[in-house]
Design a protein around this ligand. Structure first.
Ligand code: PLP
Length: 245
């Protein structure tokens, strides 16, 4: 097959990849949500994605999101997928429906406070550093289970599930144990919570098949949809927080 050149073609290929992986796992493809990761891409690109039926978008920098989201179609839903600093919690609470990168009780507490001020509820996912990489944010798996009751006590936050960013690997099969461990950890978190945590956010452009086979309910796809990220936007953002590029 020729390599796809339009967003519509790339989207069709990703939908095929999702469907094939779901099929292998005996799952309904409709149980896997596709998030378009729009970081470093302009509002016009978001509009194109929305026109093709995508409505879940992910951003990992608050400054960028704050400038971009107001320019995007109102139909888009937004999740924050990066490490959140407490001085950005107010903006995050105003801009996003779900914060996927919750990596401490302190940031969750601050977010809860800001959500209360805004009179809204927020969904949260706990980012787990399954492989224990020193370069990554996220909970140690055991600490995440221990934190469940305290997180659940935050009245404005809904504990929806877990997310992880697997280590980079040229062979996605190598990171299968990471995804499996996140699924197993979710079961333990649900036990502790005494309620379902429906979302398992795992899988990106290079490893979404393996993630789906291991139970992912939400794949976060940037490069495979939009191509390589332009780095131009970064120059206009001197206050960028460190994120996973
Ligand atoms: C950038 C990013 C993605 C998308 O990665 P691709 O490999 O471009 O699909 C997914 N998740 C997070 C947390 C990211 O920062």
């Amino acid at each position: 097959m020729q390599s796809p050149t339009t967003l519509a073609e790339r989207l069709a290929l990703i939908r095929q990849r999702i469907a094939a992986a779901a099929d292998r796992a005996g799952r309904d493809p409709a149980t896997v949500e596709l998030m378009a990761v729009t970081k470093n891409h302009p509002a016009e690109t978001v509009a194109e994605a929305v026109a093709l039926g995508l409505d879940l978008m992910g951003e990992n920098r608050i400054q960028e999101a704050k400038a971009k989201i107001p320019l995007c179609p109102a139909r888009a839903r937004w999740h924050f997928i990066g490490h959140l600093q407490s001085n950005k919690a107010r903006d995050a609470a105003a801009l996003f429906q779900v914060i996927q990168g919750i990596d401490s009780l302190a940031i969750a507490t601050e977010l809860d406070k800001q959500a209360a001020k805004l009179g809204r509820r927020l969904g949260i996912l706990l980012e787990v550093n399954v492989a224990g990489e020193s370069s990554k944010f996220g909970w140690n798996p055991e600490a995440a289970v221990e934190a469940i009751p305290a997180l659940n006590a935050l009245g404005r936050l809904d504990l929806l599930g877990l997310m992880t960013v697997a280590p980079y690997a040229t062979d996605a099969e190598k990171v299968r144990p990471v995804f499996r461990r996140l699924r197993e950890l979710r079961a333990r978190c649900e036990d502790r919570l005494g309620a379902p945590m429906p979302v398992l956010s795992m899988g990106m452009s290079g490893d979404l098949e393996v993630a789906i086979e291991e139970g992912s309910t939400l794949v976060r796809v940037g490069t495979a949809l939009f191509g390589a990220r332009p780095s131009l936007l970064r120059k206009t953002e001197p206050n960028d927080e460190a994120g996973i590029a």
